[in-house]
Write a protein that binds this ligand. Structure first.
Ligand code: GDP
Length: 532
């Protein structure tokens, strides 16, 4: 039996990802969370990564400074009694399958939306993964200190574009220069913000009831009346607050604020921590595994090549699902059926990488990987052979044919490709009956191609030729007795097989997907495949 202290620690864990389109304010919001948690004194420190996060040239820089990029992947800090793990989902060009996989380790997500831009592309993609997992999604409408879309319009957009109901937890008082605060619907009170030293310190808050006459003076009667009308409309026509729907990801609580000026950030953080669930049981082949179980278990959701290319060692990111982790413990690597000792586990505290002595369900630890782990592998303490639900292969959106320039280097080429595929940074496909010399590589973000070329050269000494292909869409084929010869496709579609030799179709346009569906009514075409 675990002690009550253990149970308390699990209950206070909050592990979430912040998802957004680039520039919506994810970094700024994360900084503010750290600021409130006391993990950094002045906001601005997380930025160090930003200046290096743009393009490839910089990927090499990132490679050199892996320390930084690794530490920013996961951040742990404390706020009140909570122990918070924030998972980074990179944006910009380093957007890749990794970004999606990180969401597999989160228990909930915060979606940051720019109030002027509304729901943007990358947010949509990341949202779909959260939706698939059925995790709670909280919305923070950011940059309210700037003029943007009308709040009602924004809610409507979230609902129609993403297909999720919304419940405003607070409502903005004014917008742009007039953004003075929010009406907190849970507490049924107006909360006006006072200056906050340009967002560097915490702001003061003035509170009172909606009808309080002091707000007539503080806001002016027109803004005050508008607020009263808005709230009346929301109460009458809006969705009800429904905790079950929030937990199943069918209703998103919406908060309005401004990360830059701190307005609304602390109330958001507190309300979010209150509503968002602690680590829940995870699905495995042995049924749901309770976090409070005696048996330590976890799964690997991300593998990152380490700083030293000559050693080719890597860090595997493990999400703890149950039991207590202790440094140096020996665990079962279920997929390989081997014992492994977790000797130098690392954890990522605010900006530092530290050796972790113990960790709990919900925590993420980095473990040294001498090349034995694959994405989705389970580690557990006893011999129960539990395997967690697989991590999906997400649909690549860019494809290329690649060869080794020098055919004498075929062996290294093959080795490099296999390892990079194991790390999950590329997906590899073959045309049936065509030799290994010709491989088709698929990636989610096109930067991955450049990373691939760079790493094959630097780590494996192989120069490659790459020919970009015009395919944009992929579907895994689920069909009894699939036979490529009797399967009717369009001219611009290609049949390939994935690493498990499962049949896959790649398409240039959506029209072809629909044609193929029509012509082969018995085939189920899937956008995501579960790794075996
Ligand atoms: P990310 O790409 O989502 O991480 O976005 P950043 O946090 O780097 O923010 C992008 C830009 O928007 C930066 O110039 C920020 O200073 C700015 N920004 C972030 N939050 C706010 C906000 O609440 N109001 C305003 N006016 N600007 C903001």
């Amino acid at each position: 039996m675990h002690t009550t202290d253990f149970i308390e620690k699990v209950k206070k864990r909050r592990t979430f990802a912040i998802i957004s389109h680039p520039d919506a304010g994810k970094t700024t919001l994360t900084e503010k969370f750290l600021l409130y948690g006391g993990a950094i004194r002045l906001a601005g420190s997380v930025k160090s990564r930003r200046s290096q996060k743009h393009a490839v040239s910089d990927w090499m820089e990132i490679e050199k400074q892996r320390g930084i990029s690794v530490t920013s992947s996961v951040l742990q800090f404390n706020y009140n009694d909570y122990c918070i793990n924030i998972l980074d989902t990179p944006g910009h060009q380093d957007f890749s399958e990794d970004t999606y996989r990180t969401l597999m380790a989160a228990d909930s997500a915060v979606m940051v939306i720019d109030c002027a831009k509304g729901v943007e592309d990358q947010t949509k993609k990341l949202f779909q993964v959260c939706k698939m997992r059925g995790i709670p999604i909280f919305t923070f409408v950011n940059k309210m200190d700037r003029m943007g879309k009308d709040p009602f319009e924004l809610m409507e957009e979230v609902e129609s574009v993403l297909g999720i109901r919304s419940y405003p937890m607070n409502w903005p008082v004014g917008q742009g220069r007039d953004f003075k605060g929010v009406f907190n619907r849970q507490k049924s009170q107006v909360e006006l913000f006072e200056g906050s030293n340009h967002g560097q310190n915490l702001g003061e808050i003035v509170t009172g009831s909606l009808g309080d006459s002091k707000f007539n003076e503080l806001l002016g009667s027109s803004l005050h009346n508008q607020l009263i009308n808005d709230i009346e409309l929301l109460d009458m026509a809006g969705d009800e607050f429904d905790m079950d729907k929030i937990l199943s990801g069918d209703l998103t609580p919406v908060f309005f604020g401004s990360a830059l000026t701190n307005f609304g950030v602390q109330p958001f953080l507190e309300s979010f921590l209150d509503l968002t669930p602690p680590p829940a049981p995870r699905i495995s082949n042995n049924g749901p595994i309770d976090p409070a179980s005696e048996n330590f278990s976890g799964f690997i959701f991300k593998i990152q090549a380490n700083m030293n290319p000559t050693h080719r060692d890597r860090i595997a990111f493990l999400r703890i699902c149950s039991g207590k982790f202790e440094k140096g413990m020996s665990v079962n690597h279920v997929q390989e059926n081997k014992k492994v000792r977790l000797a130098q586990p690392q954890q990522f505290m605010a900006q530092d990488r530290v050796i972790v002595e113990e960790a709990y369900p919900g925590d993420i630890i980095g473990i040294h990987d001498p090349g034995i782990f694959r994405i989705g592998d389970t580690l557990c303490q006893d011999n129960s052979k539990v395997k967690f639900e697989g991590i999906p292969s997400f649909a690549p959106e860019h494809f290329a044919k690649i060869y080794a320039k020098n055919s004498l280097k075929r062996k290294q080429f093959q080795k490099g490709i296999t390892q990079l595929a194991e790390e999950g940074s590329i997906q590899v496909f073959k045309r049936p009956n065509i030799g290994i010399e010709e491989l088709i590589v698929g990636v989610v973000g096109s930067l991955q191609f450049e990373v691939l070329e760079y790493r094959l050269k630097n780590e494996y000494g192989v120069d490659i030729l790459m020919e970009r292909l015009p395919y944009r869409y992929i579907r895994w084929v689920d069909m009894e007795g699939f036979d490529p010869k009797n399967f009717s496709i369009t001219m611009d579609t290609m049949i390939v097989v994935d690493e498990d030799e499962d049949p896959v179709l790649i398409f240039q346009n959506e029209w072809s997907i629909n044609m193929v569906k029509e012509r082969n009514p018995k085939a189920i075409l899937k956008e995501i495949s579960l790794r075996k």
